[in-house]
Design a protein around this ligand. Structure first.
Ligand SMILES: NC(=O)c1ccc[n+]([C@@H]2O[C@H](COP(=O)([O-])OP(=O)(O)OC[C@H]3O[C@@H](n4cnc5c(N)ncnc54)[C@H](OP(=O)(O)O)[C@@H]3O)[C@@H](O)[C@H]2O)c1
Length: 319
């Protein structure tokens, strides 16, 4: 059967390697090329196949019908444009084309929210890892306008170290990370905030976001804890999540507390909601877990590619 040739830019990075792994097992896509910068010329065994990384300038863009860009933000948008000029569809995993970062109207690939705008899309901005975990869990409240006007949505979230990419940094050395736990980007200044604010505004919610990320001593996974004030008491809070995401294959609503081991290596988000006791204002605590490299990056990107090309949405994806 004819498979669609696909290129991966930034394939030697964490998100790029995950893309190659998924694509090498995909029923409708096949890897046409994989690029690296400093690792050009090197090989990796991904998804059961040997992948050789070539320099971006050697990438045969014309041979690909779809290009994923897993390049760093700032470097990605120009390559997405170049891929499109060569006739390929493009999915950008960087923040360059996401809402809050560009004035261009690029479909935002939070699949469960914007599926209709992704069908046949020539270019898609794939969401950030933290925004995927956070926005999906807030969505039933945003869609029903249940968030208290003037309140702050307080998010404490922790990510494994692959969230920081594979370029060497002293603070990411094994001895710094292991048996440790710390916050970073403190002061509500993380680069994922513009994208999350844009979505909150899109749903006309009059609420601030207050986001503090933390670094976990594990390779992969995100757990977000979200405190949100409501306009009214919800007698059975989980019911609206069950209703909102009914039939969604990659959203798991659970009465139990989600944990990283429930989601790593899977293209799912796992969410629960609990009432907060002792508050004057009705308040919920949401917990949301994803694998930052799968549902938070490569898995969601392939989910979006499946939608764009009209394939079964779950084709080739790990559940
Ligand atoms: N990691 C995550 O959890 C995650 C989640 C969602 C989205 N993202 C986004 O996905 C993108 C990739 O993230 P990552 O964590 O995989 O990063 P990474 O591990 O640092 O990988 C970056 C990739 O881009 C290549 N590269 C770096 N600078 C380049 C340049 N100037 N020209 C051409 N290629 C260049 C690197 O090549 P060499 O390895 O050969 O140097 C590598 O293949 C980023 O935009 C990131 O924000 C990441």
């Amino acid at each position: 059967m004819h498979k669609i040739p696909v290129g991966v830019l930034g394939a030697s990075g964490y998100a790029g390697r995950e893309l190659c792994t998924i694509l090498n097992g995909h029923p409708h896509f096949e890897l046409a090329f994989a690029t690296a910068n400093t690792q050009r010329g090197e090989h990796a065994f991904l998804g059961g196949r040997e992948v050789r990384f070539i320099a971006p300038d050697d990438a045969p863009l014309r041979s690909a019908e779809l290009v994923f860009s897993a390049l760093p933000h700032g470097a990605s948008a120009a390559w997405v444009e170049r891929a499109q000029e060569h006739g390929a569809r493009a999915i950008d995993l960087s923040s360059d084309l996401r809402p809050g970062h560009t004035s261009l109207k690029v479909p935002y690939g939070l699949t469960e929210v914007s599926r209709d705008s992704l069908r046949g899309a020539e270019v898609i901005a794939n969401p950030g890892c933290y925004p995927t975990a956070i926005l999906l869990s807030l969505m039933p409240l945003l869609a029903r306008e249940l968030i208290r006007p003037g309140s702050a949505i307080v998010v404490d979230a922790a990510s494994g170290v692959t969230g920081a990419g594979n370029s060497p940094k002293p603070e990411l050395l094994f001895a710094e990370v292991t048996e440790n736990y710390r916050a970073y980007s403190v002061g509500n200044e993380h680069r994922h905030l513009p994208e999350m604010r844009a979505l909150v505004q899109q749903f006309n919610a009059d609420a601030d976001l207050l986001f503090t990320p933390h670094l976990l001593p594990v390779a992969r996974g995100i757990l977000a804890t979200i405190t949100v004030q409501l306009t009214e008491e919800l007698p059975d809070p989980l019911r609206i999540w069950d209703e909102h995401f009914a039939g969604e294959p990659f959203v798991e609503i659970t009465p139990h507390l989600p944990a990283l081991r429930d989601v790593v290596h899977r293209n799912v988000v796992r969410i629960t909601a609990r009432k907060a006791a002792g508050q004057r204002v009705p308040t919920l605590i949401l917990l949301s877990a994803i694998d930052n490299l799968v549902k938070g990056a490569a898995g969601q990107a392939v989910q979006n590619a499946n939608v764009s090309f009209g394939f079964a949405e779950g084709a080739g994806l790990p559940r």
